[in-house]
Design a protein around this ligand. Structure first.
Ligand code: ADP
Ligand code: ADP
Length: 234
């Protein structure tokens, strides 16, 4: 089942003499339970692309469809609900709320969705176990390591069962051991919970954990590799 469809999008910043073409005709599709990486150097358009898919930024031309919603046509009033129900976000800088415990950070999105406390509790415990963060749920972000904070952020992103998880340089602020643990967590979310994940990075090690890598440069996809494709029967 197709979850994300990006059709020939272009994105310009600025106008007249100072115009920048950040995205120059990007098209690709992501199916349910795929783990896809977008890799490219600084300035290649990765964040712009992710922000357009995240409905944080608008495309100049082209279409983006997520789980049958044409997001490029969604009106302002519907965007909040759309993001809340369909998307999970993981940022480079974790973005946890400092005044809430790990548990409360994860619970917040579910509370906004008006789920019952019992259901919230069992969902959080399940995902915390999958990600190995059961013992930090009572802690505040400043009491956790960077890697733990990022796995809490992962739990927060997945717990609402969104159709698509978007991660922007998720390992960017982590040491290599924490990065590896985080990437193993992504693999678990993808394999055990069938999460569909789109990750952007400039880091080859991070990208190597995905199942398919799209290479982007100057706002264009110029190559694609599918991991283990030689051993897979099409
Ligand atoms: P990456 O995430 O791969 O580093 P970006 O998407 O941030 O790339 O940037 C792509 C291009 O768009 C770059 O040339 C960058 O300078 C330009 N750009 C990004 N954001 C803006 C903005 N808000 N205003 C003007 N130009 C921008
Ligand atoms: P970069 O990839 O250039 O290092 P960041 O990972 O810090 O940038 O952020 C990527 C983009 O995500 C930014 O352009 C910002 O607008 C957006 N962003 C970051 N945090 C949030 C947030 N809490 N809510 C919505 N958008 C955010």
């Amino acid at each position: 089942k197709n979850i994300l469809s990006v059709e020939n999008i272009e994105k310009y910043y600025g106008k007249k003499e100072v115009i920048t073409k950040a995205l120059d005709g990007i098209s690709f599709k992501v199916d349910k339970a795929e783990f896809v990486g977008i890799m490219g150097p600084s300035g290649s358009g990765k964040t712009t692309l992710l922000n357009c898919i995240a409905t944080i930024d608008n495309v100049t031309t082209g279409n983006i469809t997520i789980n049958n919603h044409e997001v490029t046509k969604l009106k302002f009033k519907k965007l909040d609900k759309f993001r809340r129900d369909e998307l999970g976000f993981i940022f480079q800088d974790f973005n946890l709320l400092d005044t809430l415990t790990g548990y409360e950070n994860i619970a917040l999105a579910l509370t906004i969705q008006e789920r019952k406390p019992k259901e919230i509790d069992s969902l959080i415990k399940k995902v915390a176990e999958t990600l190995g963060i059961s013992d930090v749920l009572k802690k505040y972000p400043y009491q956790m390591s960077g890697g733990q904070q990022q796995r809490v952020a992962c739990a927060r992103a997945i717990v609402t069962n969104p159709s698509l998880i978007l991660a922007d340089e998720p390992t960017g602020a982590l040491d290599s051991k924490s990065a590896r643990l985080l990437l193993e967590s992504f693999e678990k979310l993808n394999r055990s919970l069938e999460a569909t994940i789109l990750l952007v990075t400039h880091d080859a090690f991070t990208a190597s954990y995905t199942n398919r890598i799209l290479f982007i440069k100057d706002g264009k996809i110029f190559n694609e590799i599918v991991r283990g494709s030689d051993s897979r029967k099409e």
